[in-house]
Design a protein around this ligand. Structure first.
Ligand SMILES: Cc1cc2nc3c(=O)[nH]c(=O)nc-3n(C[C@H](O)[C@H](O)[C@H](O)COP(=O)(O)O)c2cc1C
Ligand SMILES: [Mn+2]
Length: 495
């Protein structure tokens, strides 16, 4: 199988084509054509109603939603759940809306391997309205009360936070939640090991320096997708976004700093993370599909400048069970996990992180005949060595389609020995603290546990001993299968 490395160049005629959307509004137009976006003109309340509609829409794998008439906020609209389904992930990457998940993964890998440098421009829609200093009031932008029980109103969900490494000039884009604290302040919660968290802790806090930051809302989906990906430190997410879009992304420089972000963004909040103050943040209906944690201390951003399009359209993820976060992390994260396993020399053939598992369930495909307890142990060790997101890992051989949950469940139920095939590992650091099944003590210590299942036949068996699947494909001679397929409609079946 082909192994891709981040930033690998491929031959020129293999370059990904430009996708059909250059900004949020063009993406919505594409989604409308395929039934993947609904425009709501009826007035909705920003206080829970908007969130409840958005939550239900994503849970039924329904369309994304544009709310054009939001109580108390005339002239502003919100685009909700941009990439919370595989269909919209496919559209983002320039594929047919009904492209299958393996095609979507393959397209992402191809585009990721072909980054395109961005281009600087000097204007963008966000420059239509500029508000500075004492005139700044973030509560004038519509930030919904998304879930009942949230600690406050969230303005940053499907956003990108832009920061710069002061030593190297590397600009990081990452998607992290931001809650309205008051008129001039937002509080946020980037994980310590995230690029933004790490930059803040190592490059600004020790020197008592405020960290310049821009929160960018309503940009093109290629850039938003790049901001959610787990790429290596130092790699430009703007170039990755270019690869995902198949064209150079136009960037604008911030008004108050050297930070750069997509010029097409509709709303930009510029300011600084203060080195000497914290603020209460959360709780929030989170990507594991629960309200996770209590209100706790978060980072504090002072907003100095707001720039936005006249009548701006903001972007929002209605986070929770089956949200943008678990869908896009399944994609960029799944590919990152595959690369990590390949680099460790494991015979991996693919990784699927189904959105229903909320980034807690990893399905790892390995070459037929090369599964087994030893391989499963190595996969488990590799995926718990640093940041531990999964609580369950299924290691299946590649006669099982990892993207077909029915097949995976069948193989797990029937092939995995409940004693010998079950490997449990306790993790003492680096476990994801939002994991719902961890107790308070484990969360405080970033500790947890992961179970990996070896879903392979005993390696000691002679191949002739392996049970034949009782399926159409496995149990009949080719000649009979062909006869049946040739006559399928003639028998009276529709499809
Ligand atoms: C809607 C959404 C919200 C997210 N919120 C957070 C968050 O609040 N904190 C965090 O550390 N990661 C959050 N993530 C995950 C990060 O975006 C992801 O880990 C990404 O790789 C971070 O970028 P970085 O690698 O540049 O740090 C969120 C992802 C999505 C899609
Ligand atoms: Mn990054």
């Amino acid at each position: 199988m082909i192994r891709f490395e981040e930033g690998d160049e491929m031959s020129a005629n293999d370059k990904p084509s430009a996708v059909n959307h250059r900004n949020q509004r063009e993406f919505i137009d594409l989604c409308k054509k395929t039934g993947d976006a609904v425009i709501v003109e009826k007035q909705v309340d920003w206080d829970l109603e908007l969130g409840a509609i958005s939550r239900r829409a994503t849970e039924i794998d329904g369309p994304a939603v544009v709310f054009n008439n939001i109580k108390d906020y005339p002239g502003q609209s919100i685009f909700v759940n941009p990439i919370s389904t595989w269909r919209r992930a496919a559209i983002t990457l320039g594929l047919r809306a009904d492209a299958k998940v393996p095609e979507i993964y393959a397209e992402y890998i191809h585009r990721d391997a072909n980054p395109i440098e961005p281009t600087m421009v000097t204007d963008g829609p966000s420059r239509e309205v500029i508000i500075k200093g004492d005139d700044v009031d973030v509560t004038k932008l519509v930030a919904p009360m998304i879930h009942d029980g949230d600690g406050g109103r969230y303005l940053g969900t499907w956003c990108m936070a832009v920061t710069m490494d002061p030593d190297t000039g590397w600009v990081n884009w990452g998607t992290y939640r931001f809650m309205v604290h008051n008129k001039r302040y937002l509080s946020g919660w980037p994980f310590a090991p995230s690029h933004m968290g790490h930059m803040l802790r190592t490059k600004y806090l020790p020197f008592g320096k405020p960290m310049p930051v821009a929160i960018v809302i309503g940009a093109d989906e290629s850039s938003h997708l790049a901001a959610t990906s787990s790429t290596r430190k130092g790699r430009s997410e703007a170039s990755l976004a270019g690869g995902l879009a198949g064209r150079s992304i136009e960037l604008l420089q911030a008004l108050d700093s050297k930070l750069t972000f997509p010029a097409c963004a509709e709303v930009v909040l510029e300011g600084e993370i203060l080195p000497d103050q914290i603020a209460m943040e959360g709780p929030y209906g989170e990507y594991p599909g629960y309200r996770s944690g209590e209100m706790g201390s978060g980072i504090l951003m002072k907003v100095n400048t707001i720039s936005h399009k006249k009548n701006p359209m903001l972007s929002m993820d209605c986070t929770g069970y089956k949200d943008c976060s678990s869908t896009v992390t399944a994609l960029g994260g799944g590919i990152g996990v595959q690369r990590k396993l390949e680099a460790a020399g494991l015979p991996v053939t693919g990784v699927y992180i189904p959105s229903e598992g909320a980034v807690h369930l990893f399905i790892v495909g390995v070459k037929a005949g090369q599964g087994g307890r030893e391989t499963t142990q190595k996969v488990l060790d590799c995926l718990t060595d640093n940041r531990t997101y999964p609580t369950k890992i299924l290691v299946v051989e590649d006669d099982v389609d990892i993207f077909n949950l029915g097949e995976v469940l069948h193989a797990w139920s029937t092939r995995c020995h409940s004693g010998r095939g079950t490997l449990i590992k306790h993790v003492e650091k680096g476990a994801q603290q939002l994991t719902p099944c961890y107790d308070h003590d484990e969360r405080a210590r970033s500790a947890g546990a992961v179970v990996a299942f070896d879903i392979s036949w005993p390696q000691t068996w002679d191949p002739t001993e392996i049970p034949i699947k009782a399926t159409f494909n496995a149990m009949y001679p080719d000649s009979v299968k062909k006869q049946v397929m040739d006559n399928w409609k003639a028998y009276g079946f529709q499809s």
